[in-house]
Design a protein around this ligand. Structure first.
Ligand SMILES: Cc1cc2nc3c(=O)[nH]c(=O)nc-3n(C[C@H](O)[C@H](O)[C@H](O)COP(=O)(O)OP(=O)(O)OC[C@H]3O[C@@H](n4cnc5c(N)ncnc54)[C@H](O)[C@@H]3O)c2cc1C
Length: 426
C-alpha cells in the first residue's frame, strides 16, 4: 500500500480560513490576553462557536449511534466489513496545529464539551449523551471540562481522595473533595451552562477500580470555584481549582457502572481513560503549532540577516546557527509525523495507545527545545516582550505536563514496547 504524506486537499481547504483567523484574530490579541491573564477572547469565542456547535452535533450523533449499539448489545458492523475509516481526527489535528500557531492559550478558550464531552461520549448511555451533550449543539457558548487532578493525585490517579457516597434516600451521589488545575473549570461551572466531569472514588480501598466519573453541571450547589491559577504560559486559558462540598448530583450523573469491578470488568474507568488515546495527539498537534510559530519567526528574522536554510549542504559545511535551524525543523517534523500516525490509526479505529503517547512525548520535548532555541538564536530580541517568541517559550511547556507528563507517557511507551504491566513498570 502506498503511503501518502501529502495533506489531503479537503484539509488544505479547511485550513485556509483557520489560518486567516489565526493570523488576523488570534495573533493581534496574543500579547494583551497574555498580559491580562484572566480576560476572555470574546470575539474569537463567538467566531468559533457556530463551527464548534456543528462539530459537537456530529460528535453527538456518532456517540448516540455507538451508545445505542452498546445498549442493544450490538458490538459492531454485522456484515464482517471493517469499520469505514474517516479523516475527522486528521482534520482536527491540522486545525489545532494551526490555531496553536495562532495562540495556544486562546485556542484553549474555544467553547465546546472538550475533555468532559470525550468522557461522556466514551461511556455514556444514549440518555446521558442527550442530557449532557445536546446543550453544546445549541444556544450560547458553553464549556465542558474534566477534573481529575488533586493536590496529592496528579500522575498517580489511583490516589484520588475526592469521595462519592450514595444517598439512597434521595437517589443522589454526594461528592466531597478538592480538584485543582481544571482547564476551563470556571468557564464550565460559572460562566456558561456547561459541565465538569469529576473523578471521585466510591471505594478508597479499591484503587482505580473504585474511581468513577460524575457529571457536575453548572449551578450545582456545593461545586465552587476556589481560585483561578496564574500561570507561566497559556495564560489566556482558564485553569481553576474546584471545591466539592457536599455537592449532590442525581444518581443518573454517574457515567458507567456504580459497581466496583477490577480487571476486565472495570470498563467505565478504562473507557474514559481511552479518551486520552484520542486527545494526546491533539496536545501534540498544539505543541507543534507553537513550535512552528517560534521556528518560522526565528528563521525569517535570521534570513533577513543573511542566514539561510541550506538543505543541500552537508552538516559540517553549515554554520552553527544554520545547523540549529535545520535541527529545529527536523524535530518538529519528526513529532508531526508521529502525530499523523497516531491520528491516522485513530481514524482507522485501530488501537493507538502506544503511538498516541509516543507523539505526545516527542512533541512535548520538541516544542520545549525548539522554542528555547528560538529565544536563544534571537538573543535579547527573543527574550524581549516586544516579540511573541518569549511567550511561545512559556506556552510550550504545558504540552509536556498535562494529559500525562513526558515521564508518564514515556512509561506508557516503555510498557507497551517491553510488554510490562502497570505494576511491573512504574
Ligand atoms: C495548565 C494546566 C492545565 C491542566 N488541566 C487539567 C485538567 O483539565 N484536568 C485535570 O484533571 N488535570 C489538569 N492538569 C493537571 C495535570 O494533568 C497534572 O499536573 C499532571 O498530570 C501532573 O501531575 P502533578 O502535577 O500532580 O505532578 P506529579 O504527578 O506530582 O509529578 C511531578 C513530576 O514527577 C514526575 N513523575 C511522577 N510520577 C512518575 C513516575 N512514576 N516515573 C517518573 N516520573 C514521574 C512527573 O513526570 C513530573 O515531572 C493541568 C495542569 C496544568 C499545569
Amino acid at each position: 500500500m502506498a503511503i501518502e504524506f501529502k495533506t489531503p486537499d479537503v484539509i488544505e481547504k479547511q485550513l485556509q480560513p483557520v489560518r486567516t483567523v489565526a493570523e488576523n484574530v488570534m495573533r493581534p490579541e496574543s500579547r494583551q490576553l497574555d498580559d491580562l491573564e484572566h480576560a476572555r477572547p470574546v470575539k474569537f469565542v463567538h467566531m468559533m462557536w457556530p463551527q464548534m456547535r456543528q462539530m459537537e452535533l456530529a460528535n453527538l450523533e456518532a456517540g448516540l449511534a455507538r451508545a445505542r449499539k452498546t445498549t442493544n448489545g450490538d458490538s459492531g458492523p454485522t456484515n464482517g466489513a471493517p469499520a469505514k475509516a474517516s479523516i475527522a481526527n486528521l482534520s482536527l489535528v491540522h486545525m489545532i496545529e494551526m490555531l496553536s500557531w495562532g495562540d495556544a492559550g486562546v485556542y484553549l478558550c474555544i467553547p465546546g464539551s472538550a475533555l468532559g464531552g470525550a468522557a461522556i461520549n466514551a461511556v455514556g448511555t444514549p440518555e446521558q449523551l442527550e442530557r449532557f451533550l445536546r446543550r453544546f449543539t445549541e444556544g450560547e457558548p458553553k464549556w465542558g471540562a474534566m477534573a481529575m487532578t488533586e493536590p496529592q493525585a496528579g500522575s498517580d490517579t489511583s490516589n484520588i481522595q475526592t469521595t462519592a457516597t450514595f444517598d439512597a434516600q434521595t437517589n443522589e451521589w454526594v461528592l466531597n473533595g478538592q480538584k485543582i488545575f481544571c482547564t476551563s473549570g470556571k468557564l464550565a461551572l460559572e460562566e456558561s451552562d456547561g459541565l465538569v466531569v469529576v473523578w471521585a472514588t466510591v471505594d478508597k480501598q479499591a484503587g482505580r477500580a473504585g474511581m468513577k466519573p460524575f457529571v457536575v453541571e453548572a449551578g450545582t450547589p456545593g461545586a465552587v470555584i476556589a481560585k483561578v491559577e496564574e500561570k507561566l504560559g497559556i495564560r489566556a486559558s482558564d485553569t481553576a481549582a474546584i471545591i466539592l462540598d457536599n455537592c449532590r448530583v442525581p444518581a443518573e450523573n454517574l457515567l458507567g457502572d456504580a459497581e466496583v469491578k477490577t480487571g476486565q470488568g472495570n470498563k467505565g474507568f478504562k473507557g474514559a481513560m481511552k479518551t486520552f488515546d484520542a486527545t494526546r495527539p491533539i496536545v501534540a498537534a498544539s505543541a507543534i503549532g507553537i513550535g512552528r510559530a517560534a521556528f518560522e519567526y526565528a528563521r525569517d528574522i535570521l534570513a533577513k540577516q543573511g542566514v539561510r536554510m541550506e538543505y543541500d549542504k552537508p552538516r559540517w559545511k553549515l554554520s552553527t546557527v544554520q545547523a540549529d535551524l535545520l535541527e529545529m525543523e527536523a524535530q518538529l517534523h519528526a513529532a508531526w509525523l508521529l502525530t499523523l500516525k497516531a491520528t491516522a490509526m485513530l481514524d482507522a479505529k485501530q488501537e493507538n495507545q502506544l503511538e498516541s503517547s509516543m507523539c505526545k512525548v516527542k512533541a512535548g520535548k520538541a516544542v520545549t527545545w525548539v522554542t528555547q532555541k528560538a529565544v536563544e538564536l534571537l538573543g535579547p530580541l527573543g527574550y524581549s516582550t516586544e516579540l511573541l517568541v518569549e511567550k511561545w517559550m512559556r506556552d510550550a511547556k504545558i504540552n509536556d505536563i498535562y494529559e500525562g507528563t513526558g515521564q508518564i507517557n514515556t512509561l506508557i511507551v516503555a510498557r507497551a514496547i517491553l510488554g510490562y504491566t502497570r505494576t511491573e513498570l512504574k
